[in-house]
Ligand binder design. Structure first.
Ligand code: PRX
Length: 632
């Protein structure tokens, strides 16, 4: 790639001619124009590359917007397109999943063996009474069985609800209870950083609060001695090897608009809410975006180093690589264990060609210096990607130079749990600017508006909104359609509110600044201030709490909490440290605040709402802005 400053403004990296010409979309502008002129035609053409049991009557039904519907009338199941349709052809013997455990153990599944495993597990679930529409909670480490479990649910038309394995008891229990799952799936533990995360123990504790759960399926991963609850717990390996379990399982015929999964995410206020995604539109959206953005070619080996428990993993580890017939790589462990070159050694060992990760991981690995990646042959790489939080230009350039050897374009993909698929992203033929996700994906349009909804001039910061519907869009908030309308469509009617602030430059490139609501992105993980605050007030010493995010060198944003103590408790460094641990124990390590400061008062509005904006400004020594609503 060349770094010149010709036609576009600022620092621009133009793709090498052979990259642009060889890409699946050699002419970005032409396809963008075509999709803009005929949105339904663009998506229908993509949808026709996949198999449907019965065709759609309408591509996009806007009659009940913002409850948009896609491919209405069509019959489909995403698993048919991920697995079933390959069984008669050559792809059957292609590697679907290559997996390495943190201990170095390796497993490989072809499209045929993965299909067989999914059929068998679907039969196990069926035997436990799981049927279309039932919710199943999945709380596992990064082992192949998490993919099998998700696909098996989808095959039966059951709705999976995956809870990230880094969450702890409170977060897990709340999500299981809200989903009303009767069956849950976990592991005896997860291997991470040379230690065991006691998933089964956390699950057992959570289930004491979730009486609806009748069956817990347990995958043996660590071999740790875990208690088994008679009548409730079922070992995965025992159930799978039962003589009655068949290798065949019919795939449930679903309506395109039937839910595929729910996924909890932190929102503006209160408890995490579950986002609903569907079989039809979601499938088409993630199939198309991965194909064009990561320019998939038959020989590619794709590695998305996220966790299946987040939307990135759902869309681009579990489903889209299979929809595209790609060879997918998954690694169980942490990036720098036992040494800071573990990830680079995997790229070399498996000759991985596409590598997609988060800025936090890049910044974390950058810290160890260039010698670690230099020890490895990274010449198999041809494309890089980033997601989850803004990438600072220094990290972008390090990634580009040290990992991509100035040869691999970086796809900075902006999207959300709600969008299901990439929304603002380059494709390999588009010139790149470090730190910008470039332009909206084909068929999409974005705007930056002020708080009154007026479009701001280029270069000014404002609210990022999306203007056109897209097939992988969330359909609703689980059990709360009113919240869906209010939160995403209520502020600027007809426009989808992202919750992010951003700028657009004169070239039409978008630059994400960060969240404008009560969401904190810590190392790319999405957490809500409300959840952190309620974990803090569950400690007997805490009367009131406020959490804010402040810049952090590696994590992007770090959590800082301010608490008022109950009478009878006195401030001490010991108590602050205890409160940090308390949040970790209740929510999971990722939610641990950097600091907990004990204060006498919190800035509030006259109606009693904590003004986090004021806390944030004060902590950074910045102007505090309009204080007219402050209580005193
Ligand atoms: O603030 C944006 C940030 O992550 C938010 C969405 O978080 P989540 O639903 O957890 O999904 C993350 C993975 C898709 C967004 O509102 N974000 C995501 N990607 C980027 C980003 N910020 C800047 N650049 C990105 N590429």
């Amino acid at each position: 790639m060349t770094n010149t400053n010709s036609a576009l403004h600022g620092e621009v990296f133009y793709p090498a001619a052979e990259v642009a010409q060889g890409a699946r979309v050699p002419d970005w502008e032409a396809l963008a124009q075509r999709a803009a002129a005929d949105l339904e035609g663009f998506w229908a053409a993509e949808a026709r590359e996949l198999e449907w049991y019965a065709p759609w009557e309408q591509v996009l039904d806007e009659s009940q917007k913002p409850f948009f519907k896609w491919f209405t009338g069509a019959k489909v199941n995403i698993v048919h397109n991920c697995l079933d349709r390959y069984q008669a052809g050559a792809t059957r013997n292609k590697t679907a999943l290559l997996w390495e455990g943190e201990k170095g153990d390796v497993r490989e599944f072809s499209y045929a063996t993965l299909h067989r495993e999914v059929c068998r597990f679907a039969n196990v679930l069926k035997g436990l009474g799981v049927a279309k529409g039932d919710r199943v909670t999945i709380y596992m480490g990064r082992v192949p069985e998490i993919i099998v479990a998700m696909l098996a649910c989808a095959k039966l038309g059951a709705i999976h609800s995956v809870v990230y394995g880094g969450f702890s008891v409170d977060s897990l229990a709340g999500r299981i209870a809200d989903s009303e799952s009767r069956v849950a799936i976990t592991c005896d533990g997860a291997c991470l950083n040379g230690k065991i995360v006691e998933l089964k123990k956390i699950m057992d504790e959570a289930l004491t609060r979730c009486p609806l759960v009748e069956k817990l399926i347990v995958v043996k991963r660590t071999g740790a001695d875990v208690p088994v609850v008679a009548g409730r717990d079922v070992w995965y390996h025992e159930a799978m090897s039962a003589p009655a379990i068949s290798d065949e399982c019919a795939t449930e015929v679903m309506d395109a608009e039937d839910p595929l999964f729910i996924l909890y995410t932190s929102g503006t206020t209160g408890k995490p809410k579950a986002i609903v995604h569907t079989h039809g539109g979601y499938m088409v959206g993630i199939y198309t975006t991965l194909k064009y953005v990561f320019d998939l070619q038959p020989e590619d080996r794709f590695w998305c180093a996220a966790d299946p428990g987040w939307i990135t993993g759902h869309s681009y580890i579990v489903y889209s690589p299979l929809l595209n017939g790609t060879t997918n790589f998954m690694y169980e462990g942490a990036p720098a264990y036992p040494q800071p070159d573990r990830w680079w050694s995997l790229i070399e060992k498996y000759r991985l060609s596409i590598y997609y990760t988060a800025p936090t991981a890049i910044r974390g690995l950058m810290r160890f210096g260039e010698d670690w990646p230099a020890k490895h042959d990274l010449s198999s790489l041809r494309l890089l990607g980033t997601v989850g939080e803004p990438i600072n230009p220094e990290a972008w350039k390090w990634y580009h130079r040290v990992i991509g050897h100035e040869r691999c374009p970086i796809m900075d993909t902006w999207w959300q749990t709600e969008t299901g698929m990439f929304m603002i992203t380059p494709t390999p033929a588009l010139p790149l600017k470090p730190g910008s996700g470039t332009r909206p994906f084909f068929g999409q349009q974005a705007e930056i508006v002020d708080d009154e909804g007026k479009v701001v001039p280029d270069g000014d910061e404002g609210n990022l909104v999306l203007l056109r519907p897209w097939p992988a869009m969330l359909r609703t908030v689980y059990k709360d359609p009113e919240r869906y309308v209010r939160q995403y469509w209520g502020r600027f009617p007809g426009k989808y509110l992202t919750g992010d602030s951003a700028k657009r430059d004169v070239d039409g490139y978008y630059w994400i600044i960060g969240r404008v609501d009560d969401v904190i992105k810590v190392s790319g993980y999405r957490l809500g201030t409300a959840e952190i605050e309620s974990a803090l007030v569950s400690h007997p010493a805490v009367a009131e709490a406020a959490a804010i995010g402040l810049p952090h060198e590696i994590k992007g944003i770090g959590i800082h909490a301010f608490v008022i103590l109950r009478q009878g408790f006195t401030a001490s460094p010991g108590l602050s440290a205890e409160l940090i641990e308390h949040v970790g124990a209740h929510m999971g390590k990722i939610a641990r605040p950097e600091t907990v400061t004990i204060v006498d008062k919190l800035p509030k509005t006259r109606s009693g709402k904590i003004m986090r904006r004021v806390l944030k400004a004060r902590a950074q020594g910045l102007p505090e802005g309009d204080l007219s609503t402050l209580e005193d």
